[in-house]
Design a protein. Structure first.
Length: 106
């Protein structure tokens, strides 16, 4: 169950990075609404991470959490922020995913 909680925490990390990206160049109410989303995802991500490390070693949980957040943020950046999907970026994201799965297996 704590692995599922850790995965959700990683997805929430992606959520707060997405909100942060959406805040760029905004002002007024829209800025504050995305900021509220950022704070909500940040808080939920940290709470869930803290719950997950009660049974998963921190040396495994933290890299998995940040890896999920990094992969998700790159994917969202490509889809929503029109960042380049170069061979190099996709190659290294793939190696990151393989590393995350490797941590889970060992």
């Amino acid at each position: 169950m704590n692995w599922l909680i850790l995965i959700i925490a990683g997805l929430c990390e992606t959520g707060f990075a997405f909100c942060l990206g959406k805040m760029k160049g905004l002002s007024g109410l829209e800025y504050y609404l995305w900021g509220a989303g950022f704070l909500a995802f940040l808080t939920l991500s940290m709470v869930l991470l803290a719950k997950a490390v009660q049974t998963i070693p921190i040396g495994t949980a933290y890299p998995v959490w940040t890896g999920i957040g990094a992969v998700g943020t790159v994917i969202l950046g490509i889809i929503f922020f029109h960042e380049p999907a170069t061979f190099g970026r996709l190659f290294f994201i793939t190696t990151l995913i393989i590393s995350i799965v490797g941590l889970k297996l060992v």
